[in-house]
Write a protein that binds this ligand. Structure first.
Ligand SMILES: [Zn+2]
Ligand SMILES: [Zn+2]
Length: 627
């Protein structure tokens, strides 16, 4: 096979024979060329019988070469190269253009654009490798500009070194270092090596500088290319359980021109993001349109709506709590829950006004997230370093969650089967193999109250109370949530609170008796916290335009969701190895259109080969939208 390629590489300067002269610096810092001549015979196979179109769309185009254009410099991850495009002429309408003109590239079949190593716009050109790296790393344009600049300068410095070594090599041979002296030095008139020049010399190397601004433009352009596919993926994300929370992490880091305060995200049971917005006010009204849209998303797809939502605030109807008197917190009477208290807080209009209930699903069961509630308690301690802080947290956490006795009994049986005596499961085993539940309101109030009773007057050796006086008011507030059932776990089917993660043989002992189930908690804030951490990472730099913020945020969210699916390792679900929505969508389109490819992909499937099913499961509507 002939080695046909559109790439042209520069010579290796060290290998060029110099005869009598010292090496010339002009060969040492040269870059590859990519020849772009769609009209040329080198691209005959790609063209096939296709007739190149005229940029001006005339009826019977006759596109021929009309010389070469100016090389465009392209920045890649490993350095720069040039695209050398031909100048084209349509003989039918007598008009001219360059073969790398984006408007013309856009009318060419996909196979042409796909072999171009860069994305071209009317002003900018960026190598696909740079966009891949930006998308993969989520780096800020500033960091990326620094990285590219370093690569370019390192290449230059190495080329300079290569030149110096080549000169030295000639001199060493002439000095007889390798035995016999060469006589080339004697033949040379001028013995001074030519200066190598500086990186920025405009009449010399004219090294490229890359600015963050340039990369931002490229990134925005790439986002425009990806936007439809990203939106489709997000709109194809559903869930049966929601968890939502507010965070100021992003807003603290980034100054948005719009002056937004906090970010609000809704996740599903697999921690995939359904939507994420930046809020200017934390009032519920601002969320209405988002939940309307979400409701629409479910209706259009014909998917049953989520029934449960764990929130970080606004879990039930609003209420007011009086301020306690100055020393009230020192009298147990003030903490105690009476029947009158219970009656008072659980009567009247308890209708929840959460935006999700009003605009998404009026039967939505809204629950206050346990960890957010616990954090409210621990914040009312004087300090994390108070000696009693640790045991208070422990007591509180065991009051809020009870271990499923059936699961515990099963685990104990497995202990006995394996001959472990006494059969008291370790904390770690309980966490992995037993489900826990937040108890019913009356039970829960009693248990938390017992913990508070234990600690409400507790002091350290320096007579410092563990609780701030404000703990009493906090208890009055949280007690209402507890009594209204905002915290108690609903009776639900599997997959809402816990996901079954298969079984494990305890201590690697064989036999059914040693098999214990693995329960993966669906609730929990670690993934939520993880998301907030990532959110802040996607948006790098502390001043961004709304456009860039949108681009980085959308890409980040879609990528996050993709990673959740990878982590889930659902049986039968095969995901593409890389995250590039447009690439996937185009590939899917080809599979769908071409019967022969369909059949071969089916054959592949039957032979147990991989198939991309991400769009199929994540974007439930993807196939219908794309067709
Ligand atoms: Zn024409
Ligand atoms: Zn509540």
């Amino acid at each position: 096979m002939n080695m046909v390629s559109l790439w042209r590489y520069p010579p290796q300067p060290e290998l060029i024979e110099t005869n009598t002269g010292l090496p010339s610096p002009k060969y040492f810092q040269l870059h590859p060329f990519f020849i772009w001549k769609p009209e040329h015979s080198i691209m005959e196979r790609l063209r096939n019988n296709y007739i190149l179109p005229c940029l001006y769309r005339c009826q019977n185009p006759n596109v021929v070469s009309s010389g070469v254009g100016r090389p465009r410099v392209i920045l890649g991850i490993t350095g720069q190269f040039y695209i050398l495009a031909s100048r084209l002429c349509c003989k039918a309408c007598k008009r001219y253009w360059f073969a790398d003109k984006p408007q013309w590239l856009d009318i060419l079949p996909q196979r042409f654009r796909n072999i171009l190593p860069a994305f071209l716009t009317h002003k900018k050109a960026i190598c696909k490798t740079v966009m891949d790296e930006l998308r993969r790393s989520g780096k800020s344009p500033n960091d990326m500009a620094n990285q590219l600049s370093e690569v370019l300068h390192l290449k230059f410095e190495r080329a300079h070194l290569a030149y110096l070594l080549s000169v030295q090599n000639v001199r060493d041979a002439e000095a007889g270092l390798y035995g016999q002296k060469t006589i080339t030095g004697a033949l040379r008139k001028d013995d001074t090596p030519a200066p190598f020049g500086d990186y920025g010399d405009t009449d010399g190397w004219n090294g490229v500088y890359v600015s963050a601004h340039y990369l931002i433009e490229c990134l925005l352009h790439e986002y425009q290319r990806q936007e439809a596919a990203l939106t489709q993926l997000l709109q194809g994300t559903f869930g049966q359980v929601f968890r939502s929370d507010h965070t100021r992490k992003v807003a603290r880091k980034v100054t948005l021109l719009s002056g937004t305060m906090s970010s609000y995200a809704v996740m599903n049971e697999n921690w995939m993001i359904l939507f994420w917005v930046m809020l200017q006010s934390e009032s519920e009204q601002s969320l209405e349109s988002m939940y309307c849209g979400l409701s629409n998303r479910y209706s259009v797809a014909g998917i049953p709506k989520a029934k449960y939502q764990w929130v970080d605030r606004d879990c039930c109807a609003a209420f007011r709590v009086m301020d306690p008197g100055p020393y009230e917190h020192q009298q147990w009477e003030a903490w105690r829950t009476t029947e009158a208290t219970v009656a008072e807080v659980t009567s009247g209009n308890l209708k929840n006004l959460h935006a999700a209930c009003r605009k998404f699903n009026e039967d939505m069961v809204v629950k206050l997230d346990l960890f957010h509630c616990m954090r409210r308690f621990t914040r009312e301690c004087v300090s994390e370093h108070h000696p009693l802080y640790g045991s208070f947290c422990q007591f509180l956490s065991s009051a809020f969650s009870v271990v499923d006795q059936g699961d515990l009994e099963k685990l104990k049986n497995a202990y006995r089967f394996c001959g472990i005596e006494p059969s008291n499961p370790t904390k770690l085993h309980i966490r992995e193999h037993c489900r826990t539940k937040v108890p019913h309101p009356r039970e829960l109030v009693q248990w938390v109250e017992e913990v508070l009773h234990h600690f409400y007057l507790a002091k350290d050796p320096n007579n410092i109370f563990l609780f701030k006086p404000s703990m009493l008011k906090l208890w009055w507030i949280q007690r209402i949530h507890i009594l209204r059932g905002c915290l108690s776990d609903p009776e639900v089917e599997e997959g809402i609170l816990y996901r079954y993660g298969g079984t494990l043989q305890l201590n690697h002992v064989k036999g059914d008796g040693a098999a214990v189930p693995i329960w993966i908690p669906v609730r929990g804030t670690s993934q939520q916290e993880g998301f907030h951490f990532h959110q802040a990472q996607w948006v790098t730099g502390n001043r961004v335009s709304p456009e860039l913020f949108q681009a980085q945020g959308m890409t980040g969210v879609a990528r996050w969701n993709y990673q959740r699916l990878v982590d889930l390792k659902q049986p039968g679900v095969v995901l593409p190895g890389v995250f590039d929505p447009v690439l996937m969508r185009v590939k899917q389109g080809i599979y769908k259109c071409d019967r022969a490819t369909q059949i071969s992909s089916l054959a592949h499937l039957q032979q147990g080969h991989r198939r991309e099913v991400w769009p199929a499961i994540c974007g439930a509507r993807l196939s219908t939208c794309a067709s």
